[in-house]
Design a protein around this ligand. Structure first.
Ligand code: SAH
Ligand code: SF4
Length: 382
């Protein structure tokens, strides 16, 4: 089997090229062809010597995941479903805004943490994604979007590891992918514009700070251990005191001078003024004003959760308590919910492909022929 070059960061590619008897600058050229130009054929890489291209043809390939479907929301959000084999699929979401293009990337098929309010968590854990499968989501989306929009410049300016899976439970492939995102010869994204979201894997938070300090979002969801134990089972391993201390340590490395806390608003569960006040006390006990920001996420319901979204007035009242205490608080706008692309709605289970296909047919869906490179769009039925 030949090597999938999407699996390598620049150092890895340099080592691969060295094994072929090639200098590092050849690896840099190759890396740029792959990530900056989206090339898949070695013969297109015109500034590489013919002899190297021939060697690459017998030892390597460039292969992203197979696209199962693409949905475009009325608000411009695009969701892709990618096949990862064994009846599993993962989802990737592009969210266009006036001043940025954000890609929400998955790190695992399923998730072992099992948060009560998360549909990925309810689905259980299937497997870790490889580095090629993680960076392949950005590779595919970036080069697809350039073609689709008819532009040559970069479309995706921000990446959030907020798709399916707990990124810090798939540490090495995630860090390797982050390095490709940040590399000037890769996607050249700023550390401030790449965010890892974690449910609080304390040991790996410390390692991430040292290995590849990008912006950090921590999924908090509760102001005390009893409630958090229930909503985010990982809290039983890393309780709030340890999590808060890890956040403080991360600040020494972080590209921003604050940590973002995500807080999913669940009706009657964690959304009362008493919870808000407890949350104020929690964050104030662990750092000086301004060390964190709160992002309140309206819960995206799914039937098996048995939970309800907080009503709007409860969210505003909650935000008011935090703001009055000097904590910068935002309420996340829900995007792409007409195509089930909103936070926590990513299930990606294609055990039953017929139901997926039926659902796609009902929605405004553009079918793609399964491809591993930026594809030609084909309207359903053509
Ligand atoms: N595992 C990581 C990243 C993926 S989840 C983490 O938990 O942080 C990304 C975000 O979506 C998290 O903040 C998570 O709490 C939130 N989320 C999960 N399910 C949700 C739902 N049903 N509605 C709203 N947000 C949800
Ligand atoms: Fe896993 Fe994050 Fe979902 Fe929790 S919220 S189950 S950690 S993906």
């Amino acid at each position: 089997m030949t090597a999938n070059l999407l699996d390598y960061d620049l150092d890895g590619l340099a080592a691969f090229c060295e094994r072929l008897g090639e200098k590092r600058f050849r690896a840099t050229q190759l890396f740029r062809w792959i990530h900056q130009k989206g090339a898949v054929q070695f013969d297109d890489m015109t500034d590489l010597a013919k002899s190297l291209r021939e060697k690459l043809k017998t030892t390597a390939h460039i292969q992203a995941l197979t696209v199962l479907s693409q949905h475009i929301s009325s608000d411009g959000t695009i969701k892709w479903l990618f096949d990862v084999g064994g009846g599993n699929a993962i989802e990737t979401v592009f969210i266009p805004e006036d001043d940025r293009g954000t890609l929400c990337v998955s790190s695992q098929a399923g998730c072992a943490v099992g948060c009560r309010f998360c549909s990925t968590g309810h689905q259980g854990f299937s497997r870790n994604l490889t580095a090629a499968e993680i960076i392949g989501q950005l590779w595919f989306a970036e080069h697809f979007l350039r073609k689709y929009l008819g532009v040559e410049e970069r479309v995706i300016s921000n990446v959030v590891m907020m798709g399916m899976g707990e990124p810090l439970q798939n540490y090495l492939p995630v860090v390797q992918s982050l390095r490709v995102m940040l590399d000037d010869h890769g996607y050249g994204l700023s550390r401030r514009r790449v965010t890892v979201s974690t449910s609080g894997v304390v040991l790996k938070m410390d390692r991430l700070g040292q290995d590849c300090a990008v912006a950090l979002a921590v999924s908090l969801h509760a102001p005390n251990d009893a409630l958090r134990d229930n909503l985010v089972p990982l809290n039983r391993t890393y309780p709030l005191k340890e999590l808060m201390a890890a956040c403080q340590r991360y600040l020494e490395f972080a590209p921003r001078d604050f940590i973002t806390f995500e807080y999913c608003m669940l009706d009657g569960v964690n959304d009362t003024p008493v919870h808000a006040q407890e949350l104020v006390e929690l964050v104030q006990a662990h750092g000086k004003n301004g060390w964190c920001k709160l992002n309140l996420i309206p819960f995206n319901p799914f039937p098996a959760s048995g939970l309800k979204r907080s009503n709007h007035s409860a969210v505003l009242a909650f935000a008011q308590v935090l703001s009055a205490a000097g904590i910068v608080t935002t309420v996340r706008k829900t995007r792409g919910d007409d195509i089930d692309a909103a936070c926590g709605q990513l299930a990606g289970d294609v055990q039953d492909r017929t139901s997926v296909l039926k659902r796609m047919a009902k929605q405004r869906t553009i079918m793609l022929t399964p491809v591993s490179e930026p594809a030609t769009l084909r309207e359903p039925g053509t």
